[in-house]
Design a protein around this ligand. Sequence first.
Ligand SMILES: [Fe+2]
Length: 444
Amino acid sequence: MGQMGLSSFSFSMVSYIILVLGLIIGPLLCNGGKTSTFVRKVHITQGDQVGKAVIVSWVTVNEPGSSEVLYWSEISKHKKVAKGKVVTYTYFNYTSGYIHHCTIRNLKFNTKYYYVVGIGHTERMFWFFTPPEVGPDVPYTFGLIGDLGQTFDSNKTLTHYEMNPQKGQAVLFVGDLSYADNYPNHDNNRWDSWARFVERSVAYQPWIWTAGNHELDFAPEIGETKPFKPFSKRYHVPYKASGSTAPFWYSIKRASAYIIVLSSYSAYGKYTPQNAWIEEEFPKVNRSETPWLIVLMHSPWYNSYNYHYMEGETMRVMYEPLFVKYKVDMVFAGHVHAYERSERVSNVAYNIINGECMPVKDQSAPVYITIGDGGNIEGLANNMSEPQPAYSAYREASFGHAILDIKNRTHAYYSWHRNDDGYAVEADSLWFFNRQWYPKDESH
Ligand SMILES: [Fe+2]
């Protein structure tokens, strides 16, 4: 009996040890570790007209998962949930992942928020800062990037923007994102890889989107006849908040700036929706609330490079009188893969019979800046019309980005940074004087 008891004890001890060792070693030997369906391509943009909402977008690949965003402010730490929606699309032989869009509303101004997307072990946490409340003397720093693409030059531009000692708080992006359409059948995997590339910035600060020609993805030869299909599925903007009827033209207020985004590739003639909207829009701008009036578009109006020559001309004829009447401070465009800054000029006197069709200095006119030098895929535009026209104040065929550092209602410091220089170097810079509150000539 006694012997039996001992051997039974030894047997159970050995089984116990084997069991424990099995529990420890087993997972190391048998399981290959964690299988993660990493949530990717996270990006944010402003979600309302004043900056109290943020649209969070991301993609899940194999299954839809959750469209909810968990978020909390650094101060309260009280966690809240916002519900979003999921969309997918097909493009020729490509099927997108599950694209989630979730708008977080009623945020406090000037506050750091953390947010989490994904579920279970796919959760990822990011953060952003809401802007200060809209007001006339609120300082704010915008980055300016255009025609970015996903080349070595694109990476250099984004790195220079991130490393610039003047820290941009939001990016005004003037169109041409991924250049997916430069690949066979507009390979939409390039839309995914571009979103992964820029996530390191756009998951943490809003980028304000403008549609460029490379967002059109209009390809009837492969049966794709809906313009802007991938772009509009992936990049949502708060266009309804500004009374717009399409996501390609809209406006936002941010700090002391009023930003109007126009579409060079949507109809803008008389009786078109975009024209009807902009005629209503300009009178709404209250310069006592938002002194800085900024317009973004893709195709530049004042361009002295021998690329895309005159492509912006018909929109200029339509809208330039409004820009001068409402004293737009500055217009940023891309499209031409180089940098150019104009004098304050207008060309609005021509009436078919008077022959007055030259740009003239005009202190009610905007400064036009082409910042299409993000990196693209087609190379730099280095062929310029000669001699340099009088309206062109500075032009250079180098990759780079710019910073607009608004100080108060009268002054903003602007600088352009080329990728070939160190992070802090300003290749072109000037003080902008506000057209409403301090309409002096900056060049004197
Ligand atoms: Fe372009």
